[in-house]
Ligand binder design. Structure first.
Ligand SMILES: Nc1nc2c(c(=O)[nH]1)N[C@H]1C(S)=C(S)[C@@H](COP(=O)(O)O)O[C@H]1N2
Ligand SMILES: [Mo]
Length: 428
């Protein structure tokens, strides 16, 4: 089966394919051997220790272990045109550790392919309703005082194929339209202190230099709050897929607004009503009317361990296992995550792990004694803006099922008695 076919389990053949997907996952997982004190690898030199390893200078840009060959971004045919030039490659969040996505695995959504920008030819123009209009080179831009912040970016279409129920028996395809990184750049408010923003300026247009010339308008309040122009991603220059050399970052707001390969910011009195804020990236309601100017990705969460890709194979009744997941909110900081074993009827409190940062992925965990019985794992996050994830019925009663964007109702993952994991929908 081809990679795309294997991964794209449509709802029609959901039950049929679930079996083969599981079989594939099973072959990829090594069951631990029974450990004993006379293990040859421990008592003697293991086979990889009997000769010198490869030179430390071998990989000038280091690569993951070849055994991690399955930890890859994957293309979805959805949204794809051209030869996957306009497409999306989704992050393997079932493999994620902590809250940072390595740069090579950061999800990548491009409407016109990945532009290859020569940084020496890069220019950024800032104009319109400012006292002083400027055109900056990359070096000039980087002379502004910088900040480093950890934030997720999520395409508002994350999970958006599933308004009518699960389409993918895969965590990566169902929820991988997002990633989280440590970004370095400059707050736009810092630049505006220098240029002077005119009082009449209420909106900012951001425009990309790629083939799609992505343009989106942003309310000035957000610009003056925490909007950034970023050039650093997890300790190195932004990757081409993320908009090298610079992109706009609007922490917590929909990924589409975070214009990559940025070339122009223009301030004005009115929004532009660009293609991507009229025909797309609006939320269609059952009344036939659509919500415009809908920007923040609301509080959301998912289970990441176990997953359809990494089930609980070989786990025995009575053994201890860590259930893990991610929670995030574009409106603030995660304050708690609840976990249900019966599809959302009863909940217990999960623990937040590691750093709990604003508008960032937050890792949560629950230590569980495996009963060897089927489970319906549902997670439900809440944030300090006072929101909690809705049930599917609460969300669809307001939004219907025709929308694409901003789906944040709770998700359920069925664990079978054998430890296999399936994506299911529990209505409540
Ligand atoms: N210039 C430009 N900016 C863009 C896009 C694009 O195609 N061109 N895609 C947008 C969309 S739809 C999303 S979800 C995010 C994805 O960011 P990423 O590719 O870094 O994950 O970038 C946004 N910025
Ligand atoms: Mo997107």
């Amino acid at each position: 089966m081809s990679e795309t076919l294997r991964s794209q389990v449509t709802r029609r053949d959901f039950f049929k394919k679930a079996v083969s997907v599981s079989a594939i996952a099973a072959t990829a997982i090594l069951l631990p051997k029974k450990a004993s004190a006379d293990e040859p690898e421990i008592m003697h030199h293991a086979k990889w220790g009997q000769k010198l390893g490869y030179p430390v200078t071998y990989n000038r840009y280091g690569l993951p272990s070849p055994y991690e060959h399955n930890n890859l971004r994957r293309n979805t045919k959805l949204l794809a045109s051209g030869n996957f030039q306009a497409s999306i490659a989704v992050t393997p969040i079932h493999e994620s550790e902590g809250i940072i996505t390595p740069n090579g695995l950061f999800f990548s959504r491009s409407h016109g392919g990945v532009a290859e920008v020569d940084p020496s030819e890069f220019r950024l123009m800032i104009h319109g309703l400012v006292e002083k209009e400027i055109v900056l080179t990359l070096d000039q831009l980087k002379r502004y005082p910088s900040v480093t912040r950890t934030h997720f970016i999520e395409c508002p279409a994350n999970g958006g194929q599933e308004w009518r129920g699960p389409q993918f028996n895969s965590l990566q395809f169902a929820k991988g339209f997002m990633s989280c990184a440590e970004w370095t750049g400059v707050y736009i408010k810092t630049i505006l202190e220098d240029l002077g923003l005119k009082k009449e300026a209420l909106w900012m247009l951001a425009e990309g230099s790629d083939n799609s010339e992505m343009g989106r308008t942003v309310p000035v309040d957000k610009v003056l709050d925490d909007a950034m122009i970023v050039w650093g991603q997890n300790g190195e220059a932004l990757r081409p897929e993320q908009g090298y050399p610079v992109r706009l970052l609007l922490p917590g707001w929909e990924g589409n607004l975070c214009v990559k390969w940025l070339k122009r910011l223009e301030f004005a009195k009115e929004p532009w009503y660009c293609k991507e804020e009229t025909s797309k990236y609006t939320a269609l309601k059952p009344t036939g009317k659509a919500i415009q100017h809908f920007y923040a990705n609301e509080v959301n969460s998912t289970v990441t361990h176990p997953s359809p890709e990494k089930p609980w194979l070989g786990l025995k009744k009575g053994e201890i296992v860590e259930i893990q997941g991610l929670a995030w909110s574009g409106m603030g900081t995660i304050t708690g995550v609840d976990l249900s074993f019966d599809g959302g009827k009863n909940y217990v409190k999960a623990n937040l792990k590691g750093l709990v940062l604003q508008k960032s992925w937050t890792r949560w965990s629950y230590i569980y004694k495996y009963e060897g019985k089927p489970l319906l794992l549902t997670s439900r996050a809440m944030d300090d803006a006072g929101y909690i994830q809705p049930t599917i019925d609460q969300e669809t009663s307001i939004m219907g099922v025709e929308s694409v964007y901003h789906r944040n109702a709770v998700e359920t993952w069925e664990v079978t008695a054998e430890g296999m994991v399936n994506h299911v929908q529990i209505r409540s």
